[in-house]
Design a protein around this ligand. Structure first.
Ligand code: NCD
Ligand code: ZN
Length: 482
């Protein structure tokens, strides 16, 4: 029998369907056997995982690592170190850097930075904005994992596409089958309300919620779903924050739109009552809303309306986060390192099962981006991306120890958690061992583009796209002249 690099014994392997005790053998970064300990091949190293559960490493499809351009907030090194410490083995990184990831050149530069530093595997989003519609095909061809469209203004002030630009953008990316992730908040409603509230003198933390009520998200999700339906483009709704958004989401799914969605721990676990103590530290887009919204989001996680959990990891320095005038505070906070402990705590409280957690943290994102079962599953042939977790281990979240060391103030500081990743394997290699970052793993993360296989696109109205109509120009000119 071929020798394995690593055999893990006595652990419990968790999938979205079952939990069972089994040994697992890894060679050259892949799982080569799962089963009885006695059936495992000889190994260079045997790890006794008694008391631990083996989960597919989490896939966080929404992180902002800030490099290039804002390295005083985060870098690829610190962001992916935080991921490794949080049991996250793949991250998808957002394009609101400086320069934004809006051209193939910007993409290539970011890819180099990521390859040099990453502790975990990654995908890189391309930007879909008002001013780079003509770049989308080139971005798709050079290796973006998908696109990010900021329907509402946010950090970096990238131009939100008009509905017209968005429709053309969807027409252009639909044939590639790639998914477009949407910051679904409508810019014009928010800008209008912001101006009026500010002029009236509202500067308190709750004014942030007042400027972006749930209708802002409802309108954006509904409109995006209509454009996706008309073109056949695949979409993903980022950071769902409200109960009201769930209706257009469910309706779009029923109509057959290829739409997936995520929520984040802060929308599930905090609500408007927390602004009194946390103030601008919990300012994030979209805003954290009422406790009734959190309840509805939990229900939607359980019933599958919400497909996955992501973090919107968005570090800013404490000075940038804190401001008495809410409008002046930067939006967002880190999350990639705390997602798994927080969600495992919810598992221990009975809010979801461990299998449901695996579904939303690994299986669903892998499926939505064409990475399954190579990622998101612990079966023979899959990449050995494994979070070994101790469900009984307790800790208190301490922002001083987080690995986003430039900007790590989090509203979850001081929260007790039960359930922690102890080791993180990325393609069979320890990125974290015994809760300690393995510095030699720096730079071993790879782009997951090489394993992405999106199902073939199902185009709609491809005879009516702008490109199709423009192609008819010469025909019509000839008709007129003859
Ligand atoms: C994000 C950031 O800071 O980049 N901020 C946020 O409040 N969510 C941007 C984003 O995801 O919209
Ligand atoms: Zn966003």
């Amino acid at each position: 029998m071929t020798q394995a690099d690593l055999v893990i014994i006595n652990g419990h392997i968790v999938s979205h369907e079952t939990t069972h005790k089994a040994a697992i053998a890894i060679r050259d970064g892949k799982i080569i056997a799962v089963g009885e300990e006695s059936s495992m091949p000889p190994a260079k190293e045997v790890l006794d995982a008694t008391g631990l559960h083996l989960l597919p490493g989490a896939i966080d499809v929404h992180v902002h690592f800030r490099e290039p351009g804002y390295t005083h907030k985060e870098t690829w090194e610190s962001g992916t170190a935080a991921a490794a410490m949080g049991g996250v083995t793949t991250v998808f990184e957002m394009p609101n850097t400086n320069p934004p990831t809006a051209t193939p050149e910007a993409f290539a530069d970011k890819l180099t930075l990521a390859e040099q530093q990453a502790y975990v595997d990654f995908g890189i989003y391309g930007l879909m904005a008002e001013d780079n519609v003509d770049q989308l095909e080139a971005l798709a061809e050079c290796g973006v994992i998908g696109f990010k469209c900021f329907m509402g203004n946010t950090f970096g002030n990238l131009p939100s596409p008009s509905t017209g630009a968005m429709l053309e953008a969807f027409e252009r990316v639909a044939p590639y089958g790639l998914r477009t992730s949407l910051h679904a908040e409508t810019a014009s409603i928010m800008a209008w309300r912001y101006e009026r509230l500010r002029a009236a003198g509202r500067n308190d933390a709750l004014a942030h919620v007042a400027a972006r009520p749930d209708v802002v998200a409802v309108e954006a999700v509904s409109r995006a779903a209509i454009l996706a339906e008309w073109t056949g483009a695949r979409i993903h709704v980022l950071h769902v924050s409200s109960a009201a958004e769930l209706r257009p989401m469910r309706e779009a799914k029923q109509r057959g739109v290829d739409i997936t969605s995520e929520t984040c721990p802060h929308y599930l676990m905090m609500d408007t009552r927390d602004y009194a103590t946390l103030g601008s530290l919990m300012r994030v887009n979209p805003p954290i809303r009422e406790s009734a919204d959190s309840d509805a989001l939990w229900e939607a996680v359980r019933d599958g309306t919400l497909d996955m959990i992501a973090t919107d990891h968005a570090p800013h320095t404490p000075n940038e986060q804190h401001n008495e005038v809410i409008w002046e505070a930067d939006c967002g906070f880190p999350g990639v390192e705390t997602q798994m402990p927080l969600m495992l705590t919810a598992v221990s409280e009975g809010k979801i099962t461990l299998q449901e957690y695996v579904r939303i943290s690994a299986v669903a994102p892998a499926k939505a981006w064409g990475l399954y079962p190579r990622k998101g599953s612990l079966t023979v042939g899959a990449d050995a991306d494994i979070a070994l977790v101790d469900l009984e281990r307790q800790e208190v979240i301490d922002q001083e120890t987080l690995h986003s060391h430039r900007a790590r103030a989090t509203p979850f500081h001081g929260w007790p958690v039960k359930g922690l990743p102890v080791h993180t394997l990325v393609r069979g290699r320890f990125a974290m061992r015994d809760r300690t970052l393995q510095s030699e793993a720096k730079g071993s993360g790879l782009s997951v583009k090489r394993v992405q296989q999106m199902p073939t696109a199902k185009l709609v109205n491809s005879d009516k796209t702008l490109a199709a109509e423009i192609a008819k120009t010469s025909v019509h000119k000839e008709e007129v002249t003859s």
